[in-house]
Design a protein around this ligand. Structure first.
Ligand SMILES: Nc1ncnc2c1ncn2[C@@H]1O[C@H](COP(=O)(O)OP(=O)(O)OP(=O)(O)O)[C@@H](O)[C@H]1O
Length: 230
């Protein structure tokens, strides 16, 4: 479904990604792991076109999307939830969802209800400005916004980072349920135990390169622990 080949990008003259390749097959959850600063967020931003690729290719459902804008990729079915809960703080929860619906390719209001079914905790909060939500609720809203576009692939950057434990579990369960419905997911996750519970496959980055990839069961290997330990 998503194919990344030899991807290169960075910030100005600073190169961060050096030829990253990975595949997310339809319906699979692939976890991108690696220590702080190895390029995980840069990879997701480049896959979505938030950052331009300076080399390599991103293919989604057989179509080369490397030069498309992020909104064009969203319309093709790539949903992105960047790090740090991307919401409009002054807008109500409902308006946050409506803005996304208006920008979506389908415009079907039923998608709002579907997204709220995944995150029922948001239902009593629809009138509240997003800026007044807790970190965990904002993360749920950010994910609900991505779901409103009815993505075929969901790209999540550390959805549990800095979030209180009770909500981490809800977010984990939501990811699990979405995966069970057949949604393909590309997930950046620091915690090995969470990756072990959720992933079908994994990719480990180090200094902007893929240093190991494989099926989730190999996450138990000693080498994987070594690559992830600080
Ligand atoms: N906006 C930016 N301008 C310049 N350099 C940046 C920018 N964002 C990130 N970098 C640098 O790019 C490298 C990769 O950062 P990136 O955020 O992709 O790593 P990461 O693996 O996602 O780390 P973390 O887990 O800490 O989020 C780091 O050296 C970082 O300092």
């Amino acid at each position: 479904m998503l194919s990344v080949e030899g991807l290169e990008s960075g910030y100005g003259r600073a190169r961060v990604l050096f030829g990253v390749s990975l595949e997310v097959p339809a319906g699979r959850l692939v976890c991108v792991m690696g220590r702080n600063g190895v390029g995980k967020t840069t990879l997701l931003d480049t896959v979505m076109g938030v950052l331009p690729a300076t080399g390599g290719r991103v293919t989604f459902e057989g179509r080369d999307v490397t030069r498309l804008r992020p909104d064009q990729r969203v319309r093709l079915g790539m949903g992105y939830v960047p790090q740090g809960h991307d919401t409009f703080p002054q807008l109500s929860v409902m308006d946050n969802l409506l803005v996304t619906l208006e920008a979506s390719a389908h415009g079907d209001r039923a998608a709002l209800e579907e997204a709220l079914e995944v995150f029922p905790r948001l239902k009593p909060l629809l009138k509240r400005p997003a800026g007044f939500l807790s970190g965990g609720q904002q993360q749920q809203l950010a994910m609900a916004r991505a779901l409103v576009t009815r993505p075929k692939l969901l790209i999540l950057d550390e959805p549990t980072e800095g979030i209180q434990p009770s909500i981490i579990l809800e977010i984990e369960e939501a990811v699990e349920r979405l995966h069970a419905t057949g949604l393909a997911i590309l997930l950046v996750e620091q915690y090995l135990d969470l990756a072990l519970r959720l992933a079908d496959g994994f990719v480990i980055l180090d200094a902007g390169r893929v240093v190991r990839s494989g099926p989730a069961r190999e996450l138990q290997d000693e080498e994987v622990h070594r690559l992830l330990s600080v």
